[in-house]
Design a protein around this ligand. Structure first.
Ligand SMILES: Nc1ncnc2c1ncn2[C@@H]1O[C@H](COP(=O)(O)OP(=O)(O)OP(=O)(O)O)[C@@H](O)[C@H]1O
Ligand SMILES: [Mg+2]
Length: 381
């Protein structure tokens, strides 16, 4: 059995325009939430003018294997949070169905909290914790509610590097520390499935790196947890995820392991070059472009005042071309910088989400592009 199975899942939100103001349906149709009732009440007082439907999730079908770290990627508003909320039973689908470890997200929604933990980042702090209590006191309190072992608290505090802050009340703490506390909160309960929604937002890089290692090495590899990880940070997804799904406007644009996607989209290596020119810029670009194994050249810029040119060469195999490329470049000036980049998830993201814009920019961005660009699909950011 897969950990998560999703079939034709769709989630629509209704937005009502009323006289003088907009009101939202928060999506909690089952009336478990008092706030929703308040909305309904206010809406019935206000006069409705029109109704708009937003399809946040549009016919998604996919599955997540047990023990996988599954990345949910996509731009703002693409449906990542809505998907995780649906799988946590916090909101109900408009159609389609899904199971999480065999539990139906509609029929069994009240049982879902027992088998998974949804980590929505900072918002957990205002909903579940007491601002006047310290990090340690809040975690201990949650331990009691979740019937977890109290000894876990110190271990979790150490994992999130919160020792020096753990006895201070929440209201005194900075956003980044509260984000770390929010993550700590998610680790209190024993569970096999974590739904993490941008969990590291606001956390500084050195701590973020340690948390990422913790997620991958301990939670996933050691304890075998399955993790759905929604993020904009593609380098995080690249490090963590065995499998990624790109969403845009609620639909799946593409999915697969990062390696499969790079192959599928035929993404190539890119060599970033910076050179102090002693010769003609256009001639150099043309000659480099004519070298065997050069696919295309992108993102030119030329600083005429300092005589420095920057560009990216997309190649089939950097090792095969390196000598001839460097020899060719040295005919035109002094090399300042050369860096080979393997294709990354970021390249996939830009190609999928920004593909059209990037192509347009290539054509428009530099006059001589159309003359010197060879056929072939480069990626331009
Ligand atoms: N309660 C709601 N009522 C109305 N529309 C909503 C509601 N929640 C989300 N939406 C809409 O659904 C779409 C998807 O939103 P969602 O929050 O799932 O995106 P996201 O991918 O998580 O974005 P972000 O990267 O900004 O967190 C958006 O158009 C959003 O405005
Ligand atoms: Mg979101």
């Amino acid at each position: 059995m897969d950990a998560v199975e999703v079939v034709n899942l769709t989630k629509e939100f209704k937005i009502y325009e009323t006289e003088g103001q907009y009101m939202w349906f928060s999506g909690y149709e089952d009336n478990r939430f008092p706030l929703f009732k308040l909305y309904l009440f206010l809406l019935s007082l206000a006069k409705r003018r029109s109704e708009k439907i937003i399809r946040a999730i549009d016919n998604l079908t996919f599955s997540v294997k047990k023990g996988q770290i599954f990345g949910v990627l996509g731009p703002n508003g693409s449906g990542k949070t809505t998907l995780l909320k649906l799988l946590s039973g916090l909101t109900m689908p408009s159609s389609g169905h899904a199971t999480v470890f065999g539990l139906d997200i509609v029929k069994d929604h009240d049982k879902l909290p027992q088998i998974l933990i949804y980590m929505p980042g900072l918002s957990v702090v205002s909903i579940f914790s007491d601002q006047n209590l310290s990090i340690r006191e809040n975690l201990l309190r949650f331990c009691e509610i979740a019937r977890s072992k109290k000894e876990k608290v110190d271990e979790i505090i150490a994992t999130l590097e919160l020792e020096t802050f753990s006895n201070r009340p929440l209201y005194e703490l900075s956003t980044g520390i509260l984000s770390r506390f929010a993550f700590a909160f998610g680790l209190i309960r024993e569970t096999q499935l974590f739904l993490m929604d941008e969990p590291l937002t606001g956390i500084s890089p050195e701590v973020r790196a340690n948390i990422l290692t913790f997620i991958k090495e301990k939670l996933n590899k050691k304890y075998g947890a399955t993790i759905l990880y929604a993020t904009h940070r593609l380098e995080e997804a690249q490090y963590l995820c065995d499998y990624v799904m790109f969403l845009d406007q609620g639909r799946i644009l593409s999915s697969g392991s990062p390696y499969e996607l790079i192959k599928l989209l035929n993404l190539k290596e890119r060599i970033d070059i910076e050179i102090a020119l002693s010769s003609d810029f256009y001639k150099m670009i043309k000659e480099v472009n004519n070298l065997d194994k050069v696919v295309s050249i992108h993102n030119y810029s030329y600083d005429a005042e300092h005589g420095v040119a920057k560009f990216q060469v997309v190649v089939d195999n950097s090792r095969e071309i390196m000598t001839s490329l460097l020899n060719k470049l040295s005919e035109f000036g002094k090399l300042l910088y050369v860096k080979v980049r393997e294709p990354t998830l970021e390249d996939i993201y830009f190609l999928l989400i920004k593909g059209k814009e990037a192509e347009a920019k290539t054509e428009f961005g530099f006059e001589i592009n159309s003359q010197v660009m060879k056929c072939g699909r480069g990626f331009t950011i």
